[in-house]
Design a protein around this ligand. Structure first.
Ligand SMILES: NC(=O)c1ccc[n+]([C@@H]2O[C@H](COP(=O)([O-])OP(=O)(O)OC[C@H]3O[C@@H](n4cnc5c(N)ncnc54)[C@H](OP(=O)(O)O)[C@@H]3O)[C@@H](O)[C@H]2O)c1
Length: 223
């Protein structure tokens, strides 16, 4: 089961859709269980014909946090805005214990439409998660992917997803999950200390999107 805390935004819904297409069961969490259910219905309607709609469920964030059973293959995604990152994790610390936590959060600020990376005391959102959740397996990934493109089921993403973690087995699992998305290659980004570079790159991509009126993403060459 792949579950999402803050899954009702474009990033959570887009990833949930792609994982459900790949045959994973997903759970979309929200602060409001009704909104989680509505988001699940919305994602079900985007599923290509013939795929099981009951693989996509929704409800409260607390249920999403308890849905991953710390079993091989389960993961809980954190997909809230950075402003809500610390408080959301602190509130769910017990439920997230021993689980694989995938942090997609990018610490960003906007001024006159321009994005910039926010300085995080811990070094990155992912390292902040590791400090708050010392008994969870933190993986950082999916920062440079376009949620708008994820929401179009047959569109190839044509990009790399850089995956960082200090837990090798969790990293391998999430790299495999990333490659279930059409057009995605997963790249081993090393330990969590590298997450800051991947997170910060997103600000550049957003500013490039503004200039080119596009959905940019990244490809690493030479590996
Ligand atoms: N959008 C992208 O293309 C993209 C790409 C890569 C990474 N990311 C990162 O992924 C994360 C999610 O992106 P998004 O665009 O889906 O974000 P979003 O729409 O702004 O937020 C996602 C969900 O977080 C919940 N939320 C909002 N404010 C909150 C608060 N104060 N406390 C707790 N929960 C709150 C909301 O769900 P409820 O109201 O239902 O609880 C909201 O639907 C962000 O950190 C972003 O930087 C986004």
């Amino acid at each position: 089961m792949i579950s999402f805390i803050g899954g009702t935004g474009p990033e959570g819904k887009g990833l949930a859709l792609r994982f459900a297409i790949a045959g994973e069961r997903v759970f979309i969490g929200s602060r409001d269980a009704e909104r989680g259910l509505a988001a699940a219905t919305e994602v079900q309607e985007l599923l290509p014909a013939g795929l099981p709609k009951d693989y996509i469920r929704g409800g409260a964030n607390e249920e999403a946090a308890n849905t991953g059973y710390a079993q091989l293959g389960d993961a809980v995604f954190i997909a809230v805005p950075y402003a809500a990152h610390k408080d959301t994790l602190k509130a769910l610390t017990e439920s997230l214990k021993n689980k694989v936590i995938v942090d997609v959060v990018v610490p960003l600020a906007f001024e006159k439409g321009r994005a910039s990376a926010t300085i995080v005391e811990a070094g990155s959102a992912a390292e902040e998660a590791a400090q708050i959740l010392p008994n969870s397996k933190i993986v950082s990934a999916f920062h440079n992917i376009s949620a708008a493109d994820l929401m179009v089921p047959d569109r190839s993403l044509d990009c790399d997803v850089i995956v960082c973690s200090d837990d090798d087995s969790a990293k391998t699992r999430i790299m495999g999950l990333a490659e279930m998305i059409l057009g995605v290659r997963a790249v081993n980004g090393g330990g969590l200390a590298n997450s800051r570079y991947v997170e910060d790159l997103t600000a550049l991509l957003l500013n490039i999107n503004r200039t080119y009126k596009a959905h940019s993403s990244i490809r690493i060459t030479g590996i």
